[in-house]
Design a protein around this ligand. Structure first.
Ligand SMILES: C[S@@+](CC[C@H](N)C(=O)[O-])C[C@H]1O[C@@H](n2cnc3c(N)ncnc32)[C@H](O)[C@@H]1O
Length: 319
């Protein structure tokens, strides 16, 4: 494609986006891709236009189809290009005080990076409950990254997506470690969704993914119920406790109380699924939030709440 044509797509597309004519922008970028599939900027702007039109799954499908074709070098370059476009939009939204849209765009950039990360490392994940948390973790866990002797305790690992992310991004010093506790039997709600043979295969995928990190020596896997296992773990030992096991209010509360003595002062406790709701057929009224709120109320003088959204992140400020 000549530079003139490239410029035309870019200018006309930007005009449509500025006028919030997202369908026109989508049609234009698709036409650009048809005319010259090697001009990558049309893909990034197509993703942006689809996101602005709230067609998240189509945007994701576009990004995944590109990743599928890319070698590792291209994955890294293209991820940077897409992320630049999304962050520029986030900054534009912030400039007009549209903080909700900006937050969404930063989240999409995090998901784009996360998909690229999975591809580069060759992980095998069949579920993704984690990617949406990555931008929040980048923000609140950055002070732990690459430090020596950081210890993390994770309750609920499933296929290991959060564990692998922590190993790749935070626990990068050779002396840092993670302990992963999981029954590998799935939670109550998983039993409705998945059959027995699928649930049995989860631990195998956890082991595979951990081996893909190249640092499986940093991982202690403990198969069992967190409510039993945590009683025998060392006190005041962990810089972060991640609670993502059973979502029952009573279990989330028990995990937090048992974990309290294990976490160092200054350490973090991260609760997942603050907004999780059990379906009516299973434990209705026992939602995770009830347990987390009970903990927050009892420990309010000893914690500093850093973040409260889908996850709750607190810092332990005293014993
Ligand atoms: C939502 S998944 C964890 C997701 C994982 N953190 C990730 O990033 O993909 C919840 C996990 O908690 C485990 N689990 C449920 N109840 C548990 C318990 N009482 N003790 C230990 N693990 C438990 C389940 O087997 C399941 O693997």
């Amino acid at each position: 494609m000549s530079n003139n044509l490239e410029e035309r797509y870019s200018l006309n597309g930007a005009k449509y986006l500025a006028q919030q004519k997202y369908s026109e922008a989508i049609a234009l970028y698709k036409q650009g891709i048809e005319t010259d599939p090697t001009l990558m900027s049309n893909y990034w702007h197509l993703c942006l236009a689809l996101l602005l039109q709230e067609q998240e799954s189509e945007a994701m499908a576009t990004w995944l189809s590109i990743l599928e074709k890319a070698d590792i070098e291209k994955v890294n370059i293209w991820t940077l290009d897409l992320v630049k476009v999304l962050i520029a939009e986030a900054i534009r939204c912030e400039a007009v005080s549209d903080f909700e849209s900006a937050r969404k765009m930063y989240g999409y950039a995090g998901i784009a990076r996360s998909e690229a990360w999975k591809k580069v490392k060759g992980y095998k994940f069949t579920d993704d409950w984690f990617s949406k948390n990555a931008p929040i973790w980048e923000q609140y866990l950055i002070h732990l990254a690459s430090k020596p002797e950081i210890n993390i305790l994770e309750i609920g690992s499933w296929e290991g997506m959060s564990s692998c992310w922590l190993l790749d991004n935070i626990l990068t010093h050779e002396s840092s470690r993670i302990t992963c506790i999981d029954t590998f039997e799935g939670s109550i709600e998983h039993k409705l969704e998945y059959n027995d043979s699928y649930i049995k295969s989860v631990q195998e995928r956890f082991d595979f993914n951990i081996s893909q990190t190249g640092v499986s020596n940093k991982v202690t896997k403990i198969v069992g119920s967190s409510q039993d296992v945590m009683r025998s773990l060392p006190l005041i030992n962990y810089d972060m406790l991640y609670i993502d096991g059973s979502h029952l209010a009573s279990d989330a509360l028990t995990d937090a109380v048992l974990g309290w003595g294990l976490v160092k002062v200054g350490g973090l406790i991260v609760f997942d699924d603050y907004d999780f709701k059990f379906p009516n057929s299973v434990d209705a009224g026992q939602d995770t939030k009830i347990g987390i709120d009970a903990f927050l109320k009892a420990f309010c003088k000893k914690v500093n709440i850093l973040h409260q959204g889908h996850q709750v992140i607190v810092e332990k400020t005293s014993c």
